[in-house]
Ligand binder design. Sequence first.
Ligand code: SF4
Length: 293
Amino acid sequence: MYNKAIDILELCKKENKKISEIAIKKEMITRNITKEKVIEEMKIVYEVMKKSATLGLETPLISHSKITGGNALRINNYKKANDTLSGEFINMAMAMAVSTSEVNASMGVICAAPTAGASGILPSSILSAQAKFNTSNDDVILALFTAAAIGELATKNATVSGAEGGCQAECGVAASMAAAAIVELAGGTPDDSFNAASFALINVMGLICDPVAGLVEYPCFLRNASGVVNAFISADLALAGVQCLIPFDEVLDSMYKVGKSLPDALRETALGGIANTPAAKEIARRFYYEDNK
Ligand code: SF4
């Protein structure tokens, strides 16, 4: 039914439908299942996302390696006790994004969106938008199909793997998915959603993957916190009427080419970026040779 953003936009215009409606129709056709079944499955995804985004807000979640943890709780407490610089909304969104990252690092259940490393951005984005707009669960679940369509395009036409394309392919695509979904929830057009998705990816074009000790923890949780902020500002830019000069399909192509041109050291090997600093090497040495002897 579609392989590119341009196909989705054409279908939206021709059938006067939202991106989510086109994505649902495709799922029904390709899997030969009913609309009720498609939505039922996404409800399960929504519940997993909700649980992972809130689990770490009141309880410190420590990673399996014990290298990171408790930061969602820290951000939530900071938000509660202070007139924060970036405000309650952003701090709550960051806390929820970090919560899911911590659930992932502590071997809990998350929904990879598009990957485990970037799994905090979409749940936090949709839950924050839901709280802001007072949207029903049903509408939020529909918006998740818009996010899924963006993720599908990235998977088909580029990559969502940090090992292949760097963190731009993981946290960048996650922010793209979230931005498009937020725009739809806010009442924007399919064009607005794709503009927002493009902005989110352009904003982090070239972002490397440099996990300390090779573990999906640090800087991953920071990039989930910044990823949800990226999603919201990208959505706001699009809703304000800022036009993206580059179509989403071409932005994806560029991201893929940039990812392929990154040296191996900057693609999840833990040989470059912050993973290659003396401090990170000492953390890795302790983890692999002392703490787990
Ligand atoms: S730094 Fe690497 S492992 Fe961590 S979220 Fe980004 S792409 Fe994934």
